[in-house]
Design a protein around this ligand. Structure first.
Ligand SMILES: Nc1ncnc2c1ncn2[C@@H]1O[C@H](COP(=O)(O)OP(=O)(O)OP(=O)(O)O)[C@@H](O)[C@H]1O
Ligand SMILES: [Mg+2]
Length: 246
């Protein structure tokens, strides 16, 4: 088990609000790691700090042993740490294929270890080949979510951070997305995913980290976390622990 990303003592305050308060995390190579916690617990801020969109107040982020805490988002992305956003981010007046092409051209700077030979190869992988000439705003919601994943995959990530990818999806779409994320892992890409949908995260992830008011309060396998008394009291509720144990 090799730690590719190591976060030590990470803290971030916004005008007196402690969004992150001394968080330590190790992300292991090749795993799907979950990140859960109530609204406002600091999940997105943690991803923002890792990917350079927000400067932490204290603490360090190491990527494969290299300190990336002070790097800019594009520098971090070029090292292979790439995120998606909680809100959908596509070029609205462009087609699906044009969107992927722009991401492909913009971010791939002669990288090694590329997973996809061409944009069409990536569109196939995403199940979007039949929609490639449609406007990005004119495709079903679940397909738009896959497109968002595709824009991140075009950047050739080694670690992919997904911020609430299942938000707004119905159960079938959620299952398709979970299958796609598993396929991404099979490509050798490490995945770290924030999600409120607990059945989704419990079935997808090998390990889960729980944040509460900016602190890590639990970490472990899904069943361990779901039955952790701290987690139950602040977040999941007794009912969830009983349901997940059956
Ligand atoms: N740019 C910002 N300016 C001021 N406060 C912020 C900013 N970003 C986040 N916060 C605050 O930091 C705390 C953590 O927010 P964050 O968005 O990281 O939570 P979250 O766990 O992602 O929540 P959600 O589940 O609702 O997406 C909240 O109190 C939030 O209001
Ligand atoms: Mg968030």
């Amino acid at each position: 088990m090799v730690a590719v990303l190591t976060i030590e003592g990470l803290a971030k305050s916004f005008a007196g609000v402690r969004a992150l308060d001394g968080v330590d995390v190790e992300v292991h190579e090749g795993e799907i790691l979950g990140l859960v916690g109530p609204n406002g617990s600091g999940k997105t801020t943690l991803f923002n700090c890792v990917t350079g969109f927000v400067r932490p107040t204290a603490g360090t982020v190491l990527w494969k042993g290299r300190n990336i805490t002070q790097l800019a988002p594009d520098q971090i992305a070029r090292l292979g740490v790439v995120r998606t956003f909680q809100q959908k981010m596509v070029f609205p007046r462009a087609t699906v294929r044009e969107n992927v092409e722009m991401a492909w051209r913009g971010k791939r700077g002669g990288d090694t270890g590329q997973q996809f030979k061409s944009c069409d190869d990536l569109l196939d992988f995403l199940g979007l080949a039949h929609l490639k000439d449609r406007l990005a705003t004119d495709i079903p919601f679940g397909s738009a979510r896959n497109l968002g994943l595709g824009l991140a995959l075009a950047a050739n990530p080694r670690l992919l951070l997904l911020d609430e990818p299942a938000g707004g999806l119905n159960q079938d779409e959620g299952q398709e997305l979970a299958d796609l994320i598993s396929k991404i892992k099979e490509l050798g890409i490490t995945v770290w995913v924030i999600e409120h949908d607990m059945p989704f995260i419990m079935s997808l992830c090998e390990r889960i980290i729980v944040l509460h008011v900016g602190k890590r309060i639990a970490e472990g396998r899904p069943a361990e976390v779901a039955n952790d008394p701290n987690v139950i009291s602040v977040f999941l509720g007794e009912k969830f622990a009983k349901d997940s144990a059956t």
